[in-house]
Design a protein around this ligand. Structure first.
Ligand SMILES: Cc1cc2nc3c(=O)[nH]c(=O)nc-3n(C[C@H](O)[C@H](O)[C@H](O)COP(=O)(O)OP(=O)(O)OC[C@H]3O[C@@H](n4cnc5c(N)ncnc54)[C@H](O)[C@@H]3O)c2cc1C
Length: 475
């Protein structure tokens, strides 16, 4: 008889890796199984275009990673993780070359929004400034409340909830000019829902506060460095990683006291025989992503965009709303997509040969969409960076089918592993006291389909491991 492990984890994305680490550091024997040839899931880096150009296949910039309570509690720097900060976290350029920016400093951010909105911005963020750690413990740590821990700062959380549970379009009514509205619209747009959707103000505020607390950094070497550091720490704790192993049935796995799945709820139901337990879980819109190898930096007209790690190309809140509505509600690809772009090689010379750059851009499209958005994306880029096309050495495109083929968690190309619009941002995969637990007493879910949702922060893995550990300890 093979020995019984304490825990088996399926899927080596940031949440699976974090869950594995959390259990191994409590002295448990843990094995991890990953379908792909390497660990990382949505935090992976590959040469997708030309030799020497290292592209992030999914996540590139990490507002919630640098300030994640789970990551900050691990010695990831000792395992090679180094955060690099672009001069500006984010720029939102306009056609006249001006831009709204999200800077590390509140003053610089407020100044970019113009005199009529600078004070409103300051008043909006003031109650939460210098309190990121408390807010992150409660907001990103939402799952700990479900795990029986009371919020650390209930008043702060309630104050945040009063703003955050509303649509970002409501928040935008406070601003008088387009700069601030576009800035907040773009931040909320990461959720892939129209700006009038419930609770879209929450991610917008979290992203803004993260910039003022820990910045929006990129890891040296690409997002793979986060995954490699987590895997390195896991191995140092005695854990075992098996790659190239797609798990199809629970009884294929070695005997264990707990099984933790970094998969979609649908896949978990299939693998663990949970029937239609998650039949009401909704998958959302997708993206069309292009990775570029460039002959030089992106020739943005806006000076600020040339210094920013992330550039949002809308340019206005209204245009963003139209593009997001097309993709997530109307079921069509937008004519003028709202682009989220990242330029990590501005601060990381390991990513491309000398003088060259990697650049990543995506626009939103409906779930399962099979078309090609390349021309619409590049026409939009040319409006704000004339001559962009002349700098392209090579491009690798991925729409919903390719994204889903890369990672089984992106059902229909949904990069959030389940729509994060409305109440499903927090209540996922379904309403339950412990959302990580399932009908099977030894089986847990830890992917971004559980609170606090998408992003590379490992917090869902952290909470799921804690739920499993509490049950194992009580036996
Ligand atoms: C294009 C794109 C851009 C993004 N940009 C950012 C960004 O800039 N910043 C940010 O913070 N987030 C970003 N994200 C989101 C982020 O990548 C995800 O939210 C995050 O990776 C989710 O982590 P996870 O561990 O829950 O799942 P994943 O990272 O998806 O990992 C799941 C892992 O499980 C494996 N797996 C699934 N099923 C099985 C099975 N049956 N057997 C074995 N293994 C299995 C998969 O192969 C995968 O490795 C982006 C995502 C995409 C797609």
């Amino acid at each position: 008889m093979p020995p019984i492990r304490d825990a088996v984890v399926v899927g080596a994305g940031p949440n699976g890796l974090t869950a594995a680490v959390e259990l191994a550091r409590r002295g448990m024997s843990v094995e991890l199984f990953e379908a792909h040839a390497s660990v990382g899931g949505g935090a992976s880096t590959e040469e997708l275009t030309l030799p020497g150009f290292r592209h992030d296949t999914c996540s590139a910039v990490h507002p919630t990673g640098a300030g994640s309570p789970a990551f900050r509690d691990m010695p990831l720097a000792e395992h090679g993780l180094e955060w690099l900060h672009p001069p500006l976290p984010l720029a939102n350029p306009f056609p006249d070359g001006s831009s709204a920016v999200l800077a590390h400093s509140v003053a610089e951010t407020a100044a970019s929004l113009g005199p009529r909105d600078a004070g409103t911005y300051r008043r909006l963020v003031a109650p939460f400034l210098d309190r990121w750690d408390e807010l992150a413990a409660d907001f990103l740590g939402f799952g700990s409340a479900l795990n029986g821990r009371l919020p650390q700062s209930p008043l702060l959380l309630a104050r945040f909830g009063l703003q955050g549970l509303r649509p970002v379009s409501w928040l935008n009514h406070r601003f008088r000019d387009e700069q601030a509205r576009a800035l907040f619209g773009g931040l909320a747009g990461h959720v892939i829902a129209p700006l009038g959707s419930l609770a879209t103000a929450a991610p917008a505020l979290v992203f803004a506060l993260a910039a003022h607390a820990y910045g929006w950094p990129v890891p040296r070497g690409g997002s793979q460095a986060i995954s490699d550091a987590l895997a390195g720490y896991f191995r140092a704790l005695g854990g075992t990683v098996h790659t190239g192993t797609e798990v199809k049935r629970l009884d294929e796995l070695p005997p264990a006291r707990a099984y933790i799945f970094d998969t979609s709820p649908t896949a978990l139901a299939r693998i663990a025989g949970l029937g239609d337990a998650y039949a009401r879980y909704r998958y959302g819109g997708s993206v069309f992503k292009i990775d570029y190898a460039l002959d030089g930096p992106v020739p943005w007209t806006s000076e600020d965009a040339r210094r920013a790690g992330t550039v949002h190309v809308g340019p206005t809140a209204g245009a963003m709303d139209r593009a997001l509505r097309d993709a997530s509600v109307e079921g069509r690809a937008p004519e003028r997509p709202f682009l989220i772009t990242a330029q990590p090689s501005l601060v990381d010379s390991t990513r491309a040969p000398e003088g060259k750059h990697v650049f990543w851009a995506y626009g939103h499209v409906p779930n399962g969409w099979e078309g090609d958005l390349t021309d619409a994306v590049e026409r939009q880029l040319e409006r704000f960076a004339p001559g962009f096309r002349d700098r392209v050495l090579a491009r690798a495109t991925a729409g919903p089918p390719q994204l889903a083929a890369r990672n089984a968690n992106y059902v229909g190309g949904d990069i959030a592993c389940g729509s994060a619009a409305g109440l499903q941002l927090m209540i996922r995969p379904k309403l339950a006291r412990v959302p990580y637990a399932t009908a099977h007493p030894a089986v847990y879910l830890c992917s971004s389909a559980t609170p606090p949702g998408p992003g590379v922060h490992g917090m869902a893995g952290h909470h799921a491991a804690r739920a499993a550990w509490r049950r194992l300890r009580s036996r």
